[in-house]
Design a protein around this ligand. Structure first.
Ligand SMILES: Nc1ncnc2c1ncn2[C@@H]1O[C@H](COP(=O)(O)OP(=O)(O)OP(=O)(O)O)[C@@H](O)[C@H]1O
Length: 234
């Protein structure tokens, strides 16, 4: 059984059936590349994997335990990079990373920040406030964030957006290092990223018409978020 897996996943957003009968499996060192047309559900799948959305059917497990049985443990093991860089505009790059390290309970934050700043080649921006960063510099800062603290799983939604070619190659190296240490990386991209032998998961293959899905299931009453009252309140 794979360390991280999902089986027979169905994703509803609003009243739209985004995909169904989708399964995946990943072990330490694996990379999965999500592909699909705009709106196919790549971001939705990454959010399901992060435990930020709940599948309408199917289950996602880590070491055979459903991720929703212990969401705190799941969030602690993963780093999620969404479309938003979530950089605080009034804080410097270093302070942004410091805040993130504190939230993750990292011990030796300053040393980890220095390592991350060098890895993303943004050490010279350490004291620059978030509001003065270019979009590529913001993206690099967001990527530096995923290096702070221990993680077993990286979920990266379009990580190359805003990056120049050099930074994209640097990201590919970081992914290779993370995999070499046993990390699992799942990422969506519209451009080629030099990741070695990723497993391709084409979300377009899991598009099914709502009418077909309804034949086997109850009528959809809600979105994945709304099926969890705690999340719906957020
Ligand atoms: N918050 C939401 N509420 C309702 N529907 C949503 C929501 N977010 C996304 N959707 C819908 O879910 C579907 C999948 O969107 P998603 O963002 O996962 O696709 P994607 O493959 O990541 O697209 P892209 O390549 O354009 O980033 C789309 O039809 C979209 O309109």
């Amino acid at each position: 059984m794979a360390v991280f897996s999902g089986s027979d996943l169905t994703c509803l957003r609003g009243e739209r059936l985004v995909f169904g009968k989708l399964s995946f499996a990943a072990n330490p060192g694996d990379a999965i590349m999500l592909r699909g047309r705009n709106g196919a559900g790549k971001s939705s799948l990454l959010r399901l994997m992060a435990g930020l959305l709940i599948p309408r059917s199917g289950q996602i497990t880590w070491n055979n335990e459903p991720i929703h049985s212990d969401r705190i443990a799941h969030h602690a093991r993963l780093q999620y990079l969404g479309h938003q860089d979530a950089i605080k505009p009034v804080l410097s790059v270093r302070d942004n990373l410091h805040l993130w390290g504190q939230l993750r309970g990292v011990d030796d934050i300053d040393r980890e920040i220095d390592t991350a700043l060098h890895a993303l080649d943004i050490h010279h921006l350490s004291r620059t406030a978030g509001r003065y960063l270019s979009s590529g510099q913001k993206r690099r800062t967001a990527l530096a964030r995923i290096l702070i603290g221990h993680a077993d799983l990286w979920l990266l939604d379009e990580p190359t957006v805003g990056l120049d070619r050099e930074s994209s190659n640097e990201l590919a190296h970081l992914i290779a290092d993370f995999r070499a240490k046993g990390g699992i990386v799942i990422y969506s991209t519209h451009i080629d990223l030099a990741v070695k032998e990723p497993v391709l998961l084409d979300i377009d293959e899991f598009a099914i018409p709502m009418i077909e899905w309804l034949k086997d299931h109850d009528a959809p009453a809600d979105d994945g978020m709304r099926s969890d009252p705690k999340r719906a309140a957020q």
